[in-house]
Write a protein that binds this ligand. Structure first.
Ligand SMILES: CC(C)(COP(=O)(O)OP(=O)(O)OC[C@H]1O[C@@H](n2cnc3c(N)ncnc32)[C@H](O[C@H]2O[C@H](COP(=O)(O)OP(=O)(O)OP(=O)(O)O)[C@@H](O)[C@H]2O)[C@@H]1O)[C@@H](O)C(=O)NCCC(=O)NCCS
Ligand SMILES: Nc1ncnc2[nH]cnc12
Length: 297
């Protein structure tokens, strides 16, 4: 191999490692963010019976090799059917790894999908795209057919067809509108307004919950659950957000309501991880901040 090619391979490997570590870190940060309504956090399992913070953390760590492989294999490649099929195969291998780690509990299927596509899209541009370029690349990949995908009927497809609402697939195919148009602007706004990093991230989760059709909530609690989620999140933001005492009280009411309905916004949680990832790999004028020490093994 020529010295130039050797150097290019080292650069690609280093970038791929960086993307994988950042993605894992974002999953850990989402899991640890507290208090999240209905979701697993540092207080406990939320509305879930089979999920714990420890399981989410182990699941996140188990995905680092998948994220690394996605980044490395998509490095400086165009979005075409061959790449889509490769990404689909690596994503399914990641899901299998997750299921093995969690003994069959679905901790991060939506996150593997969203982060996997965003990692792939960032790597396609040599790790240098803007937010818009990365989500456009992810959408282009998500629109391509993957003939090798098994024809399974998932919770998400069942909910989407029953309520005629979009789910994880459409969110990616449309270029992650909840992340780009709502979450990133809210994250930056809350930071500028002096919220702590955890408060800014909770506000970011809230803004997505105001309008996401989260198929995790729909499967568990139907349309009543989805409306409760959206209205409750609007109330938190209308009260000034999580940095305000009234916002904290509204968040506590939303949490109690979600638990009573057995509802958990797992899709919004995954998109929060995706938001933190884009915030970190495509920094704009508002530099990303850390919420606290978390290590990636
Ligand atoms: C495209 C896929 C994501 C499959 O999507 P689909 O909707 O067909 O299937 P689901 O298995 O339901 O997975 C979708 C998960 O996405 C999250 N989500 C939900 N709504 C949205 C939304 N509007 N936008 C974005 N993301 C959304 C959500 O994930 C979280 O919830 C999970 C727990 O949910 P669930 O399994 O329903 O579990 P419980 O509520 O506990 O119910 P029980 O089953 O236990 O009773 C949790 O994992 C969170 O992550 C949805 O679950 C994609 O998987 C796919 O096609 N993959 C193929 C491989 C591929 O091509 N990969 C490419 C990139 S790597
Ligand atoms: N914190 C969380 N709680 C429950 N499900 C999730 N899926 C992704 N993150 C989650």
């Amino acid at each position: 191999m020529s010295p130039q090619r050797q150097l290019a391979a080292i650069v690609a490997e280093r970038h791929a490692r960086h993307l994988a570590v950042v993605a894992t870190h974002c999953l850990l940060e989402e899991a640890n963010l507290t208090p999240k309504p209905g979701l697993v956090d540092r207080r406990g399992s939320g509305a879930h019976k089979d999920l714990t913070l420890d399981l989410l953390e182990r699941s996140a760590h188990s995905l680092t090799p998948t994220f690394y492989a996605l980044a490395l294999q998509c490095w400086q490649r165009p979005a075409d059917v061959a790449l889509r099929q490769l990404v689909g195969r690596l994503g399914r291998e990641g899901e299998a790894q997750m299921m093995q780690t969690t003994a069959g509990v679905n901790t991060h299927r939506g996150a593997i999908w969203a982060l996997g596509l965003l990692i792939a899209a960032s790597a396609m541009r040599g790790g240098e795209g803007s937010v818009q370029q990365v989500v456009d690349g992810a959408a282009a990949l998500a629109m391509l057919p993957d003939d090798a995908a098994p024809k399974l009927f998932s919770n998400g497809q069942r909910a989407s067809s029953r309520y005629r609402l979009p789910g994880a697939r459409e969110e990616a195919q449309q270029g992650f509108p909840h992340v780009v148009n709502l979450a990133l602007p809210q994250l930056h706004l809350s930071r500028r307004q002096g919220a702590s990093e955890s408060e800014a991230r909770l506000d970011t989760l809230m803004i997505m919950m105001t309008s996401l059709s989260d198929t995790c909530v729909l499967s568990r609690a139907g349309m009543d659950g989805l409306e409760a989620m959206q209205q409750g999140a609007r109330a938190v933001l209308a009260a000034g957000g999580v940095s305000q005492p009234a916002g904290q009280r509204a968040l506590a009411r939303l949490d109690a309501h979600m638990l009573a309905l057995n509802a958990s916004p797992g899709g919004a949680a995954d998109l929060l991880s995706a938001t933190l990832f884009l915030d970190r790999i495509c920094p704009g004028p508002d530099a990303p901040r850390d919420a606290g020490p978390l290590s990636v093994r």
